[in-house]
Design a binder for this molecule. Structure first.
Ligand code: MN
Ligand code: MN
Length: 328
C-alpha cells in the first residue's frame, strides 16, 4: 500500500494521468482494467496497448472465451502492486501500457468479424503501439497476425499450445484449428521462423509445414534455458510474434479452456521459458483460449493474467528494465 493509504487512489483505470508507474488499490474494488492501466483510445506515447478480443465463434468444443478478456482483467487486479517477482522491477516503470478496451463486432455477421479484428489491431499498430491481445479463441490470432504482417512482412511465430492449429481445410472457415494453415498459405508467417511447443495432439500432423514442432514430452525433458535457446535460434532476429494458448498448460493448472488436453505444462514451466527468453522483443503478443465458465477458483484466468504480465516484463527487459538491487 502507498504511504498515503488507499484513499484517493482507487479507480486508476480512469483517474490516472501518468501512463507509467503503478498505483495500488484494493484488489477487490475499483474499476477493472488490465493491471489498473488507464482505459483510453489515445495511442500517442503508448508502448503497449492491451486489448480484448471477446470472440468465441470458431471453437470446436466448449465455448466461453468471449468472457476471457474480462476475467483476465479481474484476475490481474490481485497482481497490480508494483515489482514483479522474479524480475524485481515494475514493467510499468519502463513501458507505457494502456488498456485499449475490446474489439467490437456484430456476432450476427460472423464472416465480417475477422476483418473487424484485423482493422482493430491495425489501428493500434499504425499509431506506433504494439498489442498484448487477450482472447478470445485462438482464431483471433489469425487476423491479428495479418495486421502485423502488413506492417512488418512475414513474421516469426512462437506458439505455445497443446494443438498445432494447422489442420487442412477448404479455406475461409472460422475454425480455431486451421487458421495457421491460412497464415502459412498467405505468407503471413514464415515457417522457417515458426516454433510450436507444448504440442500433444496428432490430428493432421503428418506435415510439419516447415515449422519447428516441439511436442510436450520434449518440453518436459528440456530445461527452460535450452527451450528458450531453441526458440531464439528458430525465430532469429526478424520481427516475431508470440501467441500463448492457455491450453498449453495442463488442465490441472488451467481447466477453464475449450479443448483441454492432459499432460501439459505447469505455470512454472511456462513462466520459466518466458523468463529465459530475456533479450527477445516480440512485435506483438497474446494470451488466448481462457473460458471462464469452465474455470474453477479463477485458476485459469489467474494463470493467464500472470503469463500476460510476465510477457510485459520480457518486453520491459528488452527496453532496458533491470532488477532492483537487494541492499542487504
Ligand atoms: Mn491454439
Ligand atoms: Mn490449443
Amino acid at each position: 500500500m502507498n504511504k498515503e493509504g488507499f484513499e484517493g487512489l482507487n479507480d486508476a483505470a480512469f483517474t490516472r494521468t501518468d501512463l507509467k508507474g503503478t498505483t495500488n488499490e484494493a484488489s477487490y474494488a475499483g474499476a477493472l482494467s488490465f493491471m489498473r492501466r488507464k482505459y483510453t483510445k489515445e495511442l500517442s506515447g503508448v508502448d503497449v496497448a492491451v486489448t480484448g478480443v471477446p470472440f468465441d465463434l470458431s471453437v470446436s468444443n466448449r465455448p466461453g472465451t468471449r468472457f476471457g478478456p474480462e476475467a483476465i482483467r479481474r484476475a490481474s487486479a490481485q497482481h497490480a502492486w508494483g515489482p514483479i517477482w522474479p524480475w524485481r522491477f515494475d514493467p510499468f516503470d519502463a513501458l507505457a501500457v494502456t488498456d485499449y478496451g475490446d474489439c467490437v463486432f456484430d456476432w450476427g455477421q460472423p464472416t465480417e468479424i475477422p476483418g473487424r479484428i484485423e482493422q482493430h489491431i491495425a489501428t493500434i499498430i499504425e499509431n506506433g503501439a504494439s498489442t498484448l491481445m487477450l482472447g478470445g479463441d485462438h482464431f483471433s490470432t489469425y487476423p491479428t497476425l495479418r495486421a502485423y504482417a502488413k506492417k512488418y512482412g512475414p513474421l516469426g511465430l512462437v506458439q505455445i499450445d497443446a494443438h498445432r492449429d494447422v489442420e487442412a481445410d477448404a479455406g475461409g472457415r472460422l475454425d480455431h484449428g486451421s487458421m495457421f494453415t491460412y497464415a502459412l498459405q498467405e505468407g503471413v508467417i514464415d515457417p522457417a521462423r515458426c516454433i510450436q511447443l507444448g504440442i500433444r495432439t496428432c490430428f493432421n500432423d503428418e506435415e510439419s509445414h516447415g515449422m519447428k514442432v516441439v511436442y510436450a514430452d520434449e518440453v518436459h525433458a528440456t530445461p527452460a534455458d535450452d527451450m528458450a535457446a531453441m526458440i531464439k535460434d528458430t525465430i532469429g532476429d526478424g520481427p516475431s510474434y508470440l501467441t500463448f494458448d492457455i491450453d498449453s498448460l495442463d488442465p490441472s493448472t488451467a481447466p477453464g479452456t475449450g479443448t483441454p488436453v492432459p499432460g501439459g505444462l505447469t505455470s512454472f514451466q511456462a513462466l520459466s521459458i518466458i523468463r529465459a527468453l530475456k533479450g527477445a522483443d516480440f512485435v506483438g503478443m497474446d494470451v488466448v483460449e481462457v473460458s471462464p465458465p469452465y474455470d474453477h477458483a479463477e485458476m485459469t484466468s489467474n494463470a493467464a493474467a500472470t503469463i500476460a504480465i510476465e510477457l510485459l516484463c520480457l518486453k520491459a527487459w528488452a527496453r532496458g528494465a533491470r532488477p532492483r538491487e537487494m541492499t542487504k
